[in-house]
Design a protein around this ligand. Structure first.
Ligand SMILES: [Zn+2]
Length: 384
């Protein structure tokens, strides 16, 4: 469902949105493809995936009743997003390599790679993938000139030239004005497909020049089925993630992956406490080995989660149950574990976890940090 390398963005691969797909297919069959269309939908709704499937269908040389063929020369080129009549515009910014006047073409290889891997890309994920997560990308006037230049080219292989503009709300006003002029005098056989999350920063005149297609969030059942295909998790967990995600695939994935990490963190915490209590040095060494290998980000999350568990357990011990926020699994373990936490050791254990966290952030050797932590816990846990 969520392609890994090559993408074959057939309509059937797009999650949910049955009616919108039918509507789009009809415009192609009836030969009334509007020259400027705005796909307006919230993050994670799949509006980019829909546009890719639509563009591929428009260009497909052997269209089927309800989808592209997925096999013709055009579909092959679409699968790598390298069709010569398919153009992309998206927000960019300067980087170490591109220091001046960046335009989309400077990043086209990264774009193709990232989008073929995940057509449900969020703006933040895009910035992250080009290493500029602390900056805001824009679509500049220079980019509008590029658009005009590309439109003046003849179509190479397809009946239509397709210009996909992702996040046009990131256009600089002068760039937006240029785009407006272009939309006012349509170029022959050119289709503009704009993909946006909000019309808030849009020139109203641009809105009035486009046909707006509202893309709602993905329905819960389709989200659930998509998660089920991707993850081998308990059904109940996937149902919950699809319910909480509010139609946003990116968020649903985040829920599932985070819940997996939370579970791992809990298991690691439980075994560390047991090993420390039983003074099992052999076990502690293998535990340290394992945790040293999971990467700094996860190590930090483990420690932060440990802090949360210690706090919860201390509150339990103090009989402040109303303040305790622990899951069922955590609660079951904590009913007993909390009896080992008291005012002799809770503050010290908290401090050790905090210290370990700072050391991990400061790039200390994880093996040393976690071994040190385990040894300190061994001392603290039996204090009462
Ligand atoms: Zn085809």
């Amino acid at each position: 469902m969520i392609p890994v390398s090559d993408i074959n963005m057939l309509f059937k691969e797009v999650i949910g949105h049955k009616e919108i797909k039918e509507k789009l297919i009809r415009t192609v069959k009836d030969n009334r493809i509007s020259h400027a269309q705005l796909f307006l939908g919230p993050e994670g709704s799949g509006n980019l995936a829909l546009v890719l499937a639509y563009a591929q269908y428009i260009s497909c040389l052997d269209r089927k009743e309800n989808d592209s063929c997925g096999k013709c020369l055009s579909c092959m080129k679409y699968s790598k997003l390298i069709h010569p009549d398919l153009h992309f515009v998206f927000p960019v910014t300067t980087t170490k390599e591109i220091t001046k006047d960046p335009v989309s073409d400077d990043f086209i290889n990264e774009w193709r790679m990232v989008v073929t891997e995940n057509p449900y890309l969020t703006l933040f994920e895009w910035y992250e993938s080009i290493g500029v997560e602390n900056k805001q990308g824009i679509i500049s006037v220079k980019e509008s000139n590029e658009i005009i230049r590309k439109l003046s080219l003849k179509t190479f292989e397809s009946e239509y030239k397709i210009m996909v503009i992702w996040m046009p709300e990131r256009m600089h006003p002068p760039a937006a004005n240029k785009l407006l002029k272009i939309l006012e005098e349509p170029y022959r056989n050119t289709v503009f497909l704009l993909i946006s999350e909000s019309t808030e920063h849009f020139l109203p005149t641009i809105l009035s020049r486009t046909q707006i297609l509202k893309v709602p969030g993905i329905d819960e059942e389709s989200l659930y089925l998509a998660l089920k295909e991707k993850y081998d998790h308990p059904d109940e967990e996937l149902r919950k993630a699809s319910r909480l995600a509010d139609g946003n695939l990116a968020r649903a994935i985040e829920y599932v992956e985070r819940s997996e990490e939370t579970k791992n963190n809990f298991d690691r915490f439980v075994s560390l406490m047991r090993l420390a209590y039983s003074k099992n040095m052999q076990g502690i060494f293998s535990w340290v080995e394992e945790v040293s290998a999971i990467g700094r980000e996860k190590q930090k999350n483990f420690l932060l989660n440990g802090l949360r568990l210690i706090r919860g357990n201390y509150l339990l011990n103090m009989n402040n149950r109303d303040l305790v926020r622990l899951s069922d699994d955590e609660m079951e373990f904590s009913e007993k574990f909390s009896t080992f936490l008291n005012h002799h050791n809770a503050a010290e254990i908290t401090e050790e976890l905090n210290k370990a966290c700072l050391h991990i952030e400061a790039n200390a050797y994880p093996r040393i940090v976690f071994l040190d932590l385990a040894l300190k816990l061994m001392k603290q846990i039996r204090k009462n």
